[in-house]
Design a protein. Structure first.
Ligand code: CAO
Length: 425
């Protein structure tokens, strides 16, 4: 078995979350990912949200597995020479700097292309071309500007951001697909190209069903939304819909046994039309199978609050796992609300490598999310994230073929190391 992207070399100029998610995926698939970091500083997340003093944070370690780290000051003339040499040796450059940073560094797309016409240059920015193209963007800004926040939360509350990092990790996934597509295109075109993914666009893509609803509004109320059954008129824009299902099969989050003390004693319950009769039997309302107010999906739409309240009476008599077992036997779609604690202890996720324990030289053992995408012939082994500059000399020798003497010269130039502290300090 071999790794699918073995032989692909990535120059990883990414930092924080969006870009690192992308290059971590490529590394899991077997690409040689060389992360360039500022001497002495590195990716800012190494020091953010630190749970153990002076140890790379979980934020960093969980986003930078299977990579090598080289420290390089790309504003230093010698550092620029090393960067140029690396561009010649790599297939893809990935970056998520603020707008214009790569140009200011002296490496605009045209220059990179002239150094290596086969190179693919992949970028994440907050926005695509337009009025906001120069703005710096973080996760929640993207959730707000991509339509997720205006459609998340409850109608009578403020817009809400979600815990899933759809702006950062979501856009990283989009970019990874763009890179692999450009690599495939290069196999017959022989040329590199630019790949860009804007966080606003990535979030909007993930919120696609809400743009669907925006257009449906022109033709009448959104009947599967709770607000329809409550008789509350719709406004001009897709409203927030609480926990209503985003699809054609109505669903809600319902309380289960123990909800008074356990914030996650809930289940998501979907009243899928083909199993409606089974639902009626399970909850003890066999008459609803034939009653004109409940038998057909369209008749149920104005009564969803009443129907889910009745189903909840039943779910409250069961734990979320008991309910799941009973409902699954009848193919009724449902899902317990699982906490991070429960997920971290889940045996099947450990068995598939979706949750992995990783050992780190300064941190010790920690849990991470492994590769969620499984290839039958190309397993992804999760290897710990690199220490800052751990592979600097190795990369200069192995990838660039520099001699010991050349490596020593580059160290002397100050391009690889933080400025030396004054003796008085
Ligand atoms: N050597 C020398 N300088 C380096 C360097 C290196 N190895 N690596 C980075 N730098 C310098 C850059 O040249 C740049 O300097 P200038 O501003 O003088 O040109 C600076 O470090 C990095 O700038 P930045 O704008 O990327 O970083 P920031 O911390 O100010 O902003 C962020 C962070 C994330 C807001 C911004 O990078 C951004 O908007 N990125 C695009 C959108 C994105 O990915 N956001 C998601 C981040 S995760 O939530």
């Amino acid at each position: 078995m071999s790794q699918a992207l073995k032989g692909v070399r990535i120059l990883d100029f990414t930092h924080v979350q969006s870009g690192p998610t992308c290059t971590q995926l490529l590394a899991w698939f077997g690409a040689d990912v060389i992360k360039i970091e500022r001497p002495g500083v590195g990716d800012i997340t190494r020091g953010q949200l630190q749970d153990i003093p002076n140890v790379d944070s979980l934020y960093f370690t969980m986003l930078n597995h299977n990579k090598r780290s080289i420290t390089l000051d790309t504003k230093n003339p010698k550092g620029k020479e090393v960067l140029t040499a690396l561009i010649k040796q790599c297939d893809v450059l990935v970056e998520n700097f603020g707008p214009g940073v790569l140009d200011r560094m002296g490496f605009p797309w045209e220059k990179i292309q002239s150094i290596n016409p086969k190179m693919i240059v992949a970028s994440i920015k907050g926005f695509g071309p337009g009025p906001y193209e120069d703005c710096k963007v973080y996760e929640n800004v993207a959730q707000c500007t991509g339509g997720a926040a205006s459609t998340t939360g409850f109608r009578d509350g403020p817009p809400l951001v979600t815990g899933a990092q759809i702006g950062d990790s979501g856009t990283g996934l989009h970019l990874a697909l763009g890179i692999v597509t450009a690599l495939y295109h290069r196999t017959h075109s022989g040329k590199g190209q630019r790949v860009t993914a804007a966080m606003q666009d990535g979030v909007l893509n993930l919120a696609r069903v809400k743009l669907r609803d925006q257009q449906r509004l022109a033709h009448g109320p959104l009947k599967e939304y709770s607000q329809f059954g409550e008789g509350i008129p719709f406004g001009e824009a897709t409203p927030r819909a609480g926990n209503d299902s985003g699809g054609g099969q109505p669903g809600r989050i319902l309380k289960c046994k123990g909800w008074e003390n356990d914030p996650n004693a809930y289940i998501y319950f979907i009243t899928q039309a083909p199993v409606w009769e089974k639902i009626c039997d399970v909850i003890g309302e066999p008459d609803w199978k034939t009653h004109p107010d409940y038998a057909k999906p369209v008749a149920r739409l104005p009564r969803l609050n009443e129907i889910f309240a009745r189903i909840e009476q039943w779910t409250m008599t069961k734990t979320k796992f008991e309910a799941m077992d009973i409902l699954n036997k009848d193919d009724i779609p449902c899902g317990p609300i699982l906490s991070m604690k429960e997920l971290s202890e889940d045996k099947s996720l450990r068995a598939t490598g979706t949750v992995v324990e990783v050992d780190h030289p300064t941190r010790g053992k920690y849990l991470s999310v492994g590769n969620p995408i499984k290839l039958s012939d190309s397993p992804a082994d999760v290897k710990r994230s690199p220490l800052l500059g751990e592979h600097t000399d190795e990369i200069l020798r192995e990838v660039l073929g520099f001699s010991d003497h050349q490596v020593a010269d580059i160290h002397d130039s100050g391009a690889l190391d933080p400025p030396r502290k004054q003796a008085a300090e």
